[in-house]
Design a protein around this ligand. Structure first.
Ligand code: TA6
Length: 298
């Protein structure tokens, strides 16, 4: 099902609507179609492009996700902020293919939507192989992203290898969390983990205590615990999931050279990304399906 016949899927669903990003943000730009999900427990917004969540607000709370004030909503360019899905590879590609994979910049389709008995709303987005994806990754696959919006945001990302060979697979929920000031937060749940510091000369170190930021940071933590928390001035955000890695990123002063962030704007986010990357990279045997889960609460 393409994004263009979503109305049949949404016919009997309350509180889910489609709107163009230009109309939603009251900005005349090129625009991307968005899905707005609202219920008494919380609300969320995602772009069909990338099945990319750009907002999650638990009822009575503030947005858990950061969206850049300079975010661009253009076809083919990943939106800066929210939860880009990096897959089927994370980071750079040895053959110069798009960094963080192709899933975040391609249109996903709305597969199903329903109101759950407990008041939450569940939406399932899907991306399947096509001529366009096979030119970049020559495998048959089915990716499904299940988003459940309530007081918490419950996510499940499945990747099924429909080809008859084993394929390498890495992925991450590249989540941008909204914080008052990233240099005044603590990230817990990583003490004792080995991490790879990818800035400058790449080094392997062991995390002592909580993580604090003083500037540009880009670290891959391996074999992490199920739960991390971001302790901010006014709230604590909990990230819980089954992925083995956590990537911590903020560009520091380099933000001014990144057009869709801009100098100073980086102060208000921290990326704490859960995924299976670097030493935790996966392979999917023929027919194998991997399911990554992540729950966010504030
Ligand atoms: O996850 C951290 C990271 O890989 C950084 O190295 C940094 O480049 C960031 O992601 C953002 O990547 P992007 O391609 O979205 O600009």
């Amino acid at each position: 099902m393409s994004q263009h016949n979503f109305s049949a899927v949404l016919a009997n669903v309350q509180g889910v609507r489609v709107i163009d990003s230009g109309a939603y943000f009251n900005k005349a730009d090129e625009g991307l179609p968005l899905l707005v999900i609202e219920n008494a427990l919380g609300s969320a917004v995602l772009a069909f492009q990338g099945a990319h969540l750009i907002s999650f607000i638990p009822a009575g709370g503030q947005d858990v996700l950061w969206l850049s004030p300079n975010a661009v909503f253009k076809p083919g360019k990943a939106v800066r902020g929210g939860i880009p899905l990096c897959m089927p590879w994370f980071g750079g590609h040895p053959d110069g293919l798009p960094s963080h994979g192709f899933a975040r910049s391609m249109d996903w389709s709305l597969h199903s939507a329903r109101n759950l008995a407990d008041g939450r709303t569940e939406v399932v987005m899907r991306l399947q192989d096509s001529e366009q994806t096979r030119a970049l990754w020559p495998h048959a696959f089915n990716f499904e992203f299940t988003i459940c919006v309530g007081q918490t945001l419950d996510l499940s990302l499945s990747a099924e290898n429909l080809s008859d060979t084993t394929v390498p697979y890495t992925y991450a929920f590249h989540t941008y969390f909204a914080v008052e000031d990233y240099t005044r937060i603590a990230v817990t749940g990583l003490a004792g983990c080995t991490y790879i510091d990818t800035l400058g000369e790449v080094r392997r170190l062991v995390q002592e205590g909580d993580v604090h930021f003083t500037g540009a940071t880009d670290r891959v933590y391996l074999d992490v615990a199920k739960v991390q928390t971001i302790v901010d001035a006014a709230r604590t955000i909990q990230i819980s999931g089954n992925s083995k890695s956590a990537v911590l990123w903020n560009p520091g002063d380099h933000a001014e050279k990144i057009g869709d962030i801009g100098g100073g704007a980086n102060q208000h986010f921290v990326c704490v990304e859960r995924g299976d990357v670097f030493d935790n990279a996966l392979t999917l045997a023929a027919g194998e399906k991997h399911i990554a889960t992540m729950t966010l609460s504030a």
